[in-house]
Design a protein around this ligand. Structure first.
Ligand SMILES: Cc1ncc(COP(=O)(O)O)c(C=O)c1O
Length: 438
């Protein structure tokens, strides 16, 4: 990989010069669809996809071509000028949300999209004389690593050591409907009702003034693939409407086909006033945004919000158009639903064989397998989970661990994964679990 005009380096030495952001493992140099290849020529099925980025598959020819074509014409527009790329993408996003989310801001990352969305919702609250600027967020949520998104994140481990950087004023974290770990004796639905009641109670007992915003992932991703039961979101939406709380859905991980529908909130006819997105929309190129209803989206005045890239990033915009074309032409949300069902059925089969599997849950290709040392006590098994990841890499499958206890295997492959590849992954997981338990 070394080029003669570059200084010599040794990966094992120089990787220490990176402020920590990578883990030891294969050095990936190429990718195609759901497969990647390392610098030793070994190929792997990719169950991470970025995470959640390469939904149309690695280096999809349509995306590659769109990037190349755009790079020859205009890489970055001069700034604050309209472009055909941006105008037509805004239209497409409005169409994908049944014409509801008509006002869009383009950004660079998920954290930035969430930051901007909350800023817009706060401005809306101020414009409308709201008496308080409280923000509801969920425990186990992950919204990014910038100061405000980190403050909204409900995972203490990610915030430790950052003091006020991770504690934006007015943020209240409430219970997420983590069905598998619902209090003993409560069904998922009953626990979900309790969680909604907790929101209602917090308005009376915890909020310093009115609550203006609620931000949440429709399915909590980094928090352990937590899928709220069917009664949760409709009740939360009603509560938000009753108290004039702006509801922001963070679709950064789950958006663009991953759960079997274009957006995860469409599974329960969700009607967010703002939706944020990133990851998959750029097909691997940094691209993100938030889209709002007409009422919310008109809250910003000119000059209230801007970023150098975003709307000017012609490569990102071109890639996003190509991603949407591919999603439609190849029916990728449908494939995600089908392959997701296949995975779930096979994983449930593995759960009957391996006691260590406490829970299998998923929606489309957003799948979690929670490992526990004791099924009754649900004792998390993070050490086994780490071993399984290593055993899987040795067997040519890449995946990672997530959740507050670091014991949930996260399965979020490109949506192009084939039936055969799913079978191969499950077969290798069967072996890896046996090897990790020893
Ligand atoms: C739900 C969710 N929101 C926001 C983010 C942050 O996105 P980014 O890393 O692009 O800032 C992530 C990243 O994993 C995420 O999963």
């Amino acid at each position: 990989m070394n080029r003669t005009n570059r200084p010599a380096y040794r990966l094992d030495n120089t990787s220490a010069m990176l402020i920590p952001q990578v883990s030891p493992g294969p050095v990936i140099v190429a990718g195609r669809s759901a497969t990647v290849t390392d610098d030793q020529g070994r190929s792997y099925i990719d169950l991470e996809a970025g995470p959640g980025v390469s939904s149309v598959g690695h280096c999809h020819p349509r995306v590659v071509e769109a990037i190349q074509r755009q790079a020859e014409v205009l890489i970055h527009s001069p700034g604050r000028y309209l472009s055909h790329m941006a105008a037509s993408l805004v239209e497409r996003i409005a169409d994908l949300t049944d014409g509801r989310l008509t006002r869009t801001f383009f950004a660079n990352s998920g954290a930035e999209a969430n930051d901007g969305a909350v800023k817009l919702a706060l401005k809306h609250a101020m414009n409308n004389g709201k008496k308080g600027f409280g923000i509801f967020a969920l425990q186990h949520a992950f919204h990014g690593r910038l100061s405000l998104p980190l403050s909204l994140t409900g995972l203490a481990e990610r915030k430790k050591g950052f003091g006020p950087y991770a504690t934006f004023p007015g943020v209240l974290h409430l219970s997420a409907p983590y069905s598998y770990r619902a209090p003993a004796g409560l069904s998922a639905e009953a626990y979900s009702e309790l969680c909604v009641q907790e929101l209602e109670d917090a308005l009376l007992t915890r909020a310093p003034g009115e609550v203006a915003i609620m931000i949440a992932e429709p399915i909590l991703a980094v928090g352990g693939i937590l899928i709220p039961p069917a009664n949760y979101w409709p009740s939360v939406q009603k509560l938000c409407a009753r108290h004039k709380i702006t509801l922001i859905f963070d679709e950064v991980f789950v958006g663009f086909g991953r759960t079997g529908k274009m957006f995860a909130h469409q599974h329960f006819s969700g009607e967010p006033q703002i939706m944020t997105y990133a990851k998959a929309i750029g097909g691997g190129v940094p691209m993100a945004g938030f889209s709002a209803t007409e009422e919310l989206g008109t809250g910003f005045e000119k000059g209230d919000h801007f970023t150098t890239f975003g709307v000017n990033n012609q490569i990102g915009l071109a890639a996003a158009h190509a991603v949407l074309d591919v999603m439609k032409e190849e029916n990728l949300p449908e494939n995600a639903a089908r392959r997701g069902e296949q995975f779930l059925t096979s994983l449930q089969g593995l759960a009957r064989k391996h006691e260590i599997i406490g829970d299998v849950r998923g929606q489309g290709l957003m799948i979690g397998v929670e490992l526990v040392l004791d099924r009754k006590k649900k004792t998390p098994a993070p050490a086994v989970a780490a071993k399984v990841v290593k055993e899987m890499a040795d067997r040519g499958v890449l995946l990672s661990v997530t959740g507050v206890h670091n014991c949930v295997l996260r399965i979020t492959p490109p949506l192009t994964i084939s039936e055969q590849q799913v079978d191969d992954c499950v077969e290798r997981l069967d072996e890896a679990l046996a090897a990790a338990i020893g």
